[in-house]
Design a protein around this ligand. Structure first.
Ligand code: ATP
Ligand SMILES: Cc1cn([C@H]2C[C@H](O)[C@@H](COP(=O)(O)O)O2)c(=O)[nH]c1=O
Length: 210
């Protein structure tokens, strides 16, 4: 049985970069890794609807916090069987954004914190109702909001409504800190994303009690 390891953080915090580097570190030590990333743009109709909503192309859908949460959750639900199979077949399943992204962003949109109503509502929806697997570990890639925003700006892609909203990103950072502090859903490991992460050491830590 493999470990489900989730990478969380703000837009532009460096999750994709970390996922790649960590995969290489695992593979160097002979650990079999499967990678996933949510939303699954171009692969799932729910993710493509998310993209439309985040770029103002779906009427007032983007205004609905709970409606958006359901679209994100249904995208994950569409990947459930593959995720479960990969957990059987690989040593580690690395996921760039998972259920905690939904909790952090929707709580931030509603100005709630890590103990807010929507956080529990998302857990009940995704875990209890949709039956998504619970992570073994959640990594929070922590960087100052300004740095994440400036990294997101350097990329060659149009920023969505969440990425353009600095206030939302700042609130989201606080919710992430709170989720990590209370160990929401699964244990969390907070990584300093401003400096050099020692990927070899991290890959060992994540497999320590396997
Ligand atoms: N440790 C780092 N030092 C300097 N630049 C970095 C670092 N990590 C990532 N970057 C750069 O910051 C930008 C955003 O990184 P990346 O795409 O990995 O972020 P992300 O968290 O996956 O973003 P999003 O969630 O918005 O897709 C990229 O241009 C990347 O090259
Ligand atoms: C998976 C997921 C994501 N979000 C938020 C986080 C981002 O601001 C956007 C889109 O994600 P991307 O990594 O920038 O492509 O959506 C969310 O609110 N809920 C989720 O489940």
């Amino acid at each position: 049985m493999g470990r489900l390891v989730v990478i969380e953080g703000l837009d532009g915090s460096g999750k994709r970069t970390l996922t790649r580097a960590l995969t290489e570190a695992f593979e160097r030590r002979g650990t079999k890794v499967a990678q996933h990333a949510f939303p699954r743009y171009g692969e799932s109709v729910h993710a493509d609807l998310v993209s439309d909503a985040l770029h103002g192309r779906l009427g007032d859908t983007g205004d609905s916090v709970h409606g958006m949460a359901v679209l994100f959750a249904l995208d994950r639900h569409g990947a459930k069987e593959t995720l479960m199979q990969d957990i059987q077949d690989f040593d580690v399943v690395l996921v760039d954004r998972y259920i905690a992204s939904n909790a952090a962003y929707q709580a931030a949109r509603l100005h709630q914190d890590e103990r807010g109503e929507v956080v529990e509502w998302i857990r009940a929806l995704e875990v209890d109702r949709l039956g998504l697997p619970v992570p073994d570990m959640q990594l929070l890639l922590k960087v100052p909001v300004d740095l994440a925003v400036s990294r997101a700006e350097t990329r060659d892609r149009v920023r969505d409504t969440y990425e353009k909203d600095g206030g939302l990103q700042a609130r989201c950072a606080r919710v992430y800190d709170g989720l990590a502090e209370i160990g929401w859903l699964a244990p969390w490991l907070v990584l300093d994303g401003t400096g050099d992460v020692d990927f070899t050491e991290l890959s060992c830590t994540l497999m320590a009690d396997a």
